[in-house]
Structures are given as structure tokens and as C-alpha cells.
Design a protein around this ligand. Structure first.
Ligand code: MRU
Length: 319
């Protein structure tokens, strides 16, 4: 199953991206032939999730033969996930562009499998695991980060509580879809129900992904992650982050330096053409928030698990 969902298909002269805006109703691939088309697909959420954005951008560079314009347009597509900029930097240094993009893709897949193995050891038998947003095969080259850990722990008879993830519904549309296909018991809740379930002792562990991890271990992830970490601390529930090394940004000291994307008001005032908020109301739509390192039990990356993450522990494992 792990590889049944393929968000990114490289075809040598074109990139096919599974249009995640249409899931779970429709499975449609769009074709990109230039870096500008890949950048538009990233901006418009055809492809999303930090590692998947990085992989797609790398193939975008290949399509436009490494032109300066390609790097520029791709770098402007979305600001928060550092995997995008990490991939572009790697591509700039590459001699063979196609081989490098394929390596980025394959390394991501391998990193996810390694994280899955390491992370599964942290999940207790029969655990009820809460997750947020979508960190699965769809958000990566395949298999997933936090959802990869969940996949790897399947034999422990776990069940998953998937947060809907307002406003873009990655949890309801994408995570629930992946888990139903995989046959892992999954209960969908709206984000505001998380505290209630934790207070009733119905959550054993929380695991999420990341879009950027600062040098001190502060983590930017999908909006709504920070309150989950606060709630988990309040209720003594372990809170783990799973992210590959491509998500670490040692160039920024802490989370306050992470650029937070603000997305269109229309995502908050309605959905797919239905408007429920009155015309004239002002709207905020930050797509990510920052969870301070002190609220994180451990960060799982492909090299190991960083418990009680801080600057020194992160440096030791990642450099
Ligand atoms: O806006 P999105 O859907 O790109 O946000 C995705 C997330 O926040 C994920 O949790 C993160 O990228 C990790 S994906 C393995």
C-alpha cells in the first residue's frame, strides 16, 4: 500500500502531479512541462506537504534546464517549508540536474522509511495516536513522515485520531483517505475536539510533521499544531515531531525567524464555492504556527530521535 499513493510522477520530459485539491473525490494528475507550471502547482496546492514541495521543485528545475528564472519562480511559490529552498540549493550545486532531482526524491522515500522504523518504537501497543494535517505519502515522495511512523506501527494494533485541520481540511480529506485505504482504524474529529478527548484520557500520543525546524528545535507546522502541543503538555501526553533532515534550518536561531505564509481569506470564509461568512468581515489565515521546542517530547529524523530537543542535541545529531 505504501507506494500505491504516488503524488509525484517523473516522466523524463514532464512532471505529473496528483491534484490534491480534488481528493478524495477524484484522482486526477496534472502535467507540468516548465518550472513556472510546477511553481503554480505548488502555490495553488495541487502538491503540498514540505518534502513533496521540495521534490517537485527539484523536478521543476530539471524541466527548465536550471535557468535563473526557474529558481526565482520556484522560490516564490510558498515561503514556509524550508525543504523547497533546501532542494533548490542542492540543485544549484548539481552537475547532472535530473540525477540530482531523482536522488532528492529517492532519499526522501528512504528517510521516511527510516523514520517509520525509529518512530514506531516510540508508539505503545494499542495506542490511540492523534495526528494533524497530512504527513502521509501525499505530502512526501511516498510513505510519509508522521504518517509513516503510524504506518510502521500498524501491527501494534494502534488507532488514529485524525484532526480535520481547518481551514484547508488536509486531515479530513487526505489523512483520513490514506488511512482508510491502508486499513488503519481512523476517527476523524474537528480540531476543537482535541482538548476534550485528551482530557478524557482518549489520546495516548500525538505525532505531527514539520515544515521548518529552527536551530533550537522550534517547529513550524500546520496551523493548529501549537495548541495541540500545549494541550498535550497539560495532559502529560507525549508530543512527537517526525521530519527529515531536509526540514531542519540551522540558519535561523529560533522559530520567530520562520516566515509564516498567509493564505487567501476565501479559505476561511467558505469552501469550494460555498460562502458562509458575511461579505465585509476581515479575515486572518496564517497557514502555519510555531511550536516551541520545550513542548516537544522528541523529534524523529532519519538519523535518530532527538529527545528534549535543544540547540546542542540537534546539532549533534544533524551535523
Ligand atoms: O499547507 P500544507 O498542506 O503544505 O502543510 C503541510 C503541513 O503542514 C505538514 O504537516 C508538513 O508539511 C509536513 S508533511 C510531511
Amino acid at each position: 500500500m505504501a507506494d500505491a499513493v504516488q503524488p509525484i510522477r517523473w516522466k523524463g520530459d514532464r512532471l505529473e502531479l496528483l491534484d490534491q485539491r480534488l481528493l478524495p473525490e477524484k484522482t486526477v494528475y496534472i502535467t507540468c512541462r516548465t518550472a513556472a507550471e510546477v511553481a503554480a502547482a505548488i502555490r495553488d496546492m495541487v502538491v503540498r506537504g514540505a518534502p513533496a514541495i521540495g521534490c517537485s521543485a527539484a523536478f521543476g528545475v530539471v524541466l527548465s534546464k536550471g535557468s535563473a528564472d526557474a529558481y526565482e519562480v520556484l522560490a516564490k511559490s510558498r515561503p514556509t517549508a524550508v525543504n523547497l529552498f533546501w532542494a533548490l540549493e542542492r540543485m544549484k550545486k548539481a552537475k547532472d540536474l535530473e540525477a540530482e532531482a531523482v536522488a532528492i526524491y529517492e532519499e526522501d522515500l528512504a528517510a521516511n522509511r527510516a523514520m517509520g522504523k525509529l518512530g514506531a518504537e516510540l508508539i505503545p501497543e494499542g495506542a490511540r495516536v492523534m495526528t494533524h494535517c497530512n504527513t502521509g505519502a501525499l505530502a512526501t515522495a511516498g510513505y510519509g513522515t508522521a504518517l509513516g511512523v503510524i504506518r510502521s506501527a500498524k501491527d501494534k494494533k494502534i488507532s488514529v485520531i485524525a484532526n480535520e485541520t481547518r481551514p484547508y481540511l488536509q486531515g479530513a480529506r487526505l489523512t483520513a483517505w490514506e488511512l482508510v485505504q491502508e486499513g488503519i482504524p481512523c476517527t476523524l474529529i474537528t480540531d476543537s475536539m482535541a482538548g476534550h478527548l485528551m482530557s478524557r484520557g482518549e489520546v495516548d500520543v500525538v505525532i505531527v510533521g514539520a515544515d521548518r525546524i529552527a536551530a533550537n528545535g522550534d517547529v513550524a507546522n500546520k496551523i493548529g499544531t501549537y495548541p495541540l502541543a500545549v494541550l498535550a503538555k497539560r495532559h502529560g501526553i507525549p508530543f512527537y515531531v517526525a521530519a527529515p533532515l531536509s526540514t531542519f534550518d540551522p540558519s535561523i536561531p529560533d522559530g520567530s525567524h520562520i516566515p509564516i505564509e498567509e493564505r487567501p481569506a476565501s479559505e476561511v470564509t467558505g469552501y469550494r464555492g460555498t460562502r458562509w461568512a458575511p461579505e465585509g468581515v476581515s479575515v486572518r489565515n496564517p497557514a502555519f504556527d510555531v511550536t516551541p521546542a520545550e513542548l516537544i517530547t522528541g523529534i524523529i529524523c532519519e538519523k535518530g530521535v532527538i529527545l528534549d530537543p535543544d540547540k546542542d542535541r540537534i546539532k549533534r545529531l544533524t551535523s
